[in-house]
Design a protein around this ligand. Structure first.
Ligand code: NAG
Ligand code: NAG
Ligand code: NAG
Ligand code: NAG
Length: 367
């Protein structure tokens, strides 16, 4: 359903069978930069790093944690540490192995070793396969054991878990959310791809509708999870939908692509990075930027040059993100997260837009 994640999963499933990359000596010019970051719990600005060296252009005055989801990059580790930011691993395993305690024990050992060998500060556990309610305790135990192992081996380390935008078995991920929140440092809410299961009209909608996002957070809080255990993840990408039919009031019917029991999903569209969306908005839009005030999100339409078809693009920009950052602040959440930091054009025509995307985060941080 989500091509960004699929890329990642293919890499990580092989972890147990291939020798892990490991360093023998500190790769940083100043060897003290190989020490784990020891700052106490604080408001988080967690950024997922996906590929390449665009991280050099992140706003390091506000980043607190980088989840290194691309290839391990020692320069990124040294640099992040020089800015007091933690660097965490991607943690993923096949849920079929949760019943195999030989596997999970070995997995935990390997993750800790990988983090130590690479001078990292923890792990972000990202398991998005369907998990039936009956197996939820196994995942909670894995996360609890992983937390204990990390906190013991690397003092001050951080263990977080990625979860769906709401705790209601979204995408058939029926975790024990309260148990997991208790077992690790915090939950990173993936408050995007919120149209992964559409049961009503099969139409284009916002990726991260404000009303649905806020409802999801409130449901986590209702479980008795402290706001200090919740990081609100937001998208720096959007969805491009081809309209099969378009009404005068801009309701765009999309291809019916089922996903985990739902007849329709955002897999009927295509994920597009923010900087590409801005290029299409500038060059091809037939409507200009429009605003949906229920979703607090922008969208626009354009005609594809090659096919002549009308498309509807739903996305987030500094204005819509500010609503979400302000919400996170007003709810006193632990932090915000960004999927992902490499969706921007830091050096070319999108440079100013990239700056504005980072600046919008100040609406979460301002006191
Ligand atoms: C359990 O995990 C171990 C270690 O990876 C593996 O050797 C074994 O085949 C697994 N058992 C099953 C039933 O998958
Ligand atoms: C959000 O608003 C849309 C459009 O009005 C509505 O269909 C949907 O049910 C709302 N969602 C929630 C969770 O309130
Ligand atoms: C936002 O879009 C939804 C369709 O997805 C529609 O039901 C709703 O009325 C729109 N809200 C506004 C204020 O236009
Ligand atoms: C947008 O317009 C430009 C210039 O006319 C064209 O080259 C490009 O293919 C168009 N992009 C799309 C997605 O249709």
């Amino acid at each position: 359903m989500d091509f960004f994640w699929l890329l990642v999963v293919n890499i990580t499933l092989s972890v147990l069978s291939t020798p892990v990359f490991s360093l023998t000596t500190c790769p940083c010019s100043d060897s003290s930069l190989c020490n784990p970051v020891s700052s106490p719990p604080r408001k988080e600005v967690l950024v997922f790093q996906h590929r390449g060296t665009l991280w050099k252009s992140y706003d390091w005055s506000i980043v607190t944690t980088v989840a290194m989801f691309g290839k391990y990059d020692p320069d990124l580790m040294c640099y992040a540490h020089s800015k007091g930011a933690r660097v965490v691993l991607l943690g993923d395993l096949p849920v079929a192995q949760l019943t195999n305690s030989t596997y999970t024990k070995l997995w935990i050992k390997q993750q800790v070793k990988l983090a130590q060998d690479q001078f990292m500060d923890g792990i972000n556990i990202d398991i998005e396969e369907a998990l039936p309610n009956t197996e939820a305790p196994l995942l909670t135990k894995l996360i609890s054991d992983t937390s204990k192992a990390f906190h013991e081996a690397i003092p001050g380390s951080q263990v977080s878990t990625d979860v769906m935008y709401s705790p209601n078995c979204i995408n058939e991920c029926c975790f024990d959310y309260k148990g997991i929140a208790d077992a690790c440092d915090f939950l990173m809410l993936m408050s995007y791809d919120e149209q992964s299961q559409i049961y009503g009209d099969c139409i284009a909608m916002a990726n991260s509708p404000y009303n649905k996002t806020a409802k999801g957070v409130s449901e986590y809080l209702k479980l008795g999870i402290s706001p200090d255990k919740l990081v609100l993840g937001v998208p720096w990408y959007g969805y491009d939908y081809t309209c099969l039919h378009l009404t005068q009031d801009r309701v765009c019917s999309i291809a019916k692509v089922p996903f985990r029991g739902a007849p329709c999903s955002d897999a009927g569209g295509k994920q597009v990075a923010y900087f590409v969306i801005q290029q299409i908005l500038a060059a091809n839009s037939t409507t200009g930027r429009l605003w949906n005030s229920t979703y607090e999100a922008p969208y626009f339409q354009y005609k594809n040059t090659e096919t002549g078809r009308t498309h509807q693009m739903w996305y987030d920009d500094p204005e819509s993100l500010s609503y979400r950052y302000k919400y996170a602040k007003s709810a006193d959440l632990r932090g915000i997260g960004v999927w992902h930091g490499d969706c921007l054009d830091y050096d070319g025509k999108g440079k100013q837009q990239a700056k504005e995307m980072w600046e919008a985060i100040t609406s979460f941080l301002q006191v």
